[in-house]
Design a protein around this ligand. Structure first.
Ligand code: DC
Length: 223
């Protein structure tokens, strides 16, 4: 008998620590990690690079099929043969990505790729609409939250480590703005799925979140 696939959906607001945790969980389980936010970021980077206004839906959708997004197993991100791993995390991309992610024509293409991928892989996928739209029948759904201040501090620390210039005020405003745009868009907004388990990571360290997550996963899968 064919083994049933396991799909783990991790959603939540900007900078809640989803990707850090999702990568660790995927490695532990030997599943593929898919960072869906990186896909929206590559599209944003591409539009900015080509002088396309990130609020002009028609212009952005017109180039979506020219953009070759490549999420590699070592977690580097390529656009065609250009390594954009670092470039997609810069403040200018942060400031524009929610506009791109609000475009239905962009979402249909990217979520179509994500849905296809989830049909054939054991996957840990993180994003905003994974449990509600991309994999509504995921075996495990987790909605990660954390206070704005906590998320801003974490993202600031991460940027400093990666030598990405920014200020804490900038990050705080960006996190708030993206939360608002992501949860108020018409199509597949950021929202907790009714059957998702909510995990508040504000008071937790990374190892503590991993432990809590693994418990939720094992309980769900009956392991
Ligand atoms: O997780 P992140 O910060 O890298 O996501 C970047 C942006 O993309 C964020 O503003 C929300 C959006 N996004 C989305 O709308 N749907 C997803 N599945 C993933 C990200």
């Amino acid at each position: 008998m064919e083994k049933k696939l396991v799909r783990i959906a991790i959603d939540g607001p900007a900078a809640a620590g989803k990707s850090t945790i999702a990568k660790i969980i995927a490695k532990k389980l030997n599943y593929t990690y898919m960072d869906t936010g990186a896909m929206y970021r590559v599209v944003t980077w591409y539009c900015l690079k080509h002088g396309i206004n990130c609020q002009d839906e028609k212009a952005c959708v017109a180039v979506i099929n020219d953009i070759k997004i490549d999420l590699r197993p070592d977690n580097t991100v390529y656009c065609g043969d250009i390594d954009v791993t670092r470039e997609i995390r810069t403040p200018i991309v942060n400031a524009n990505v929610s506009y791109i992610a609000a475009m239905k024509g962009i979402r249909l293409v990217l979520s179509g790729m994500q849905k296809e991928f989830a049909k054939t892989h054991n996957v840990v996928m993180d994003g905003r609409d994974i449990g509600t739209y991309v994999i509504p029948d995921a075996e495990v759904k987790i909605f990660m939250i954390a206070s704005v201040e906590c998320r801003a501090q974490r993202r600031y620390k991460e940027n400093m480590e990666k030598k990405i210039p920014c200020t804490i005020e900038e990050i705080r405003e960006d996190v708030k703005k993206r939360d608002y745009i992501d949860s108020h868009r018409d199509f597949a907004p950021l929202k907790k799925a009714d059957d998702a388990i909510e995990l508040d990571t504000s008071p937790l360290t990374i190892p503590e979140v991993v432990t809590a997550m693994m418990k939720i996963i094992n309980d769900k899968l009956g392991a």
